[in-house]
Ligand binder design. Structure first.
Ligand code: ATP
Ligand code: MG
Length: 178
């Protein structure tokens, strides 16, 4: 087993631009009035596409190569739903329906990752942006009073580093490649 420094916890995600992140943060602060809990910092808000987990750092190149084989879509996401997961104490925002373009992106990413030998958990994909943790919430979904349009032009590979202040994320690669 490699030393911790030689390993990385990574995932693919949609990362909002500043304006979308601010709108999501506004939805989060409204939700906080109702559900309390811990607000995610605006710069950490994201939508996970495929969670790879902890891997040897040397495999990051394989992940980048897998990302290179995925067609970069343009998607207009309608963030119209506020969801609650009671057991996880999470409140999130997302689209009511994932939509074919997003599902197709997730499926091609998963297929390329499996092709590259990455073992992925086959959980059903529920597109969501976590807004609150440790929230005093229930289960269920509500329509957002002010839905948000999120123009997606690409996706990212991110490393998650656990910190005392909550998760710290570092973007390792972006698609389209820059
Ligand atoms: P923390 O775990 O420190 O509270 P976090 O959940 O944001 O913070 P990670 O656990 O590294 O950080 O997870 C990164 C992203 O991947 C998050 O969006 C998280 O919801 C998602 N994720 C974590 N584990 C899984 C999993 N097993 N399946 C699908 N998505 C996951
Ligand atoms: Mg986690």
């Amino acid at each position: 087993m490699a030393a911790e420094a030689e390993r990385a916890r990574v995932f693919f995600a949609l990362w909002p631009g500043t304006t979308t992140a601010e709108s999501l943060a506004h939805i989060a602060s409204e939700a906080h009035k109702r559900f309390a809990g811990r607000l995610m910092r605006p710069e950490t808000l994201h939508l996970t596409l495929a969670f790879v987990g902890t891997i040897e750092r040397t495999r990051i190149a394989d992940l980048v190569a897998a990302g290179d084989r995925v067609r970069v879509p343009r998607i207009e996401l309608s963030i119209d739903t506020l969801g609650q997961w009671q057991k996880k104490h999470i409140v999130w925002a997302g689209p009511a329906e994932p939509g074919v373009a997003l599902v197709s992106l997730v499926e091609s990413l998963r297929a390329e990752l499996e092709e590259a030998g990455m073992a992925l958990e086959r959980r059903p994909f529920v597109p969501h942006v976590t807004l609150l943790r440790n929230a005093d919430c229930d289960t269920g979904r509500n329509a957002l009073a002010c839905p948000l349009k999120w123009q997606v032009n690409g996706f990212v590979l991110v490393e998650s580093r656990l910190q005392s202040t909550g998760a710290g994320y570092e973007v390792l690669a972006r698609w389209p490649r820059q």
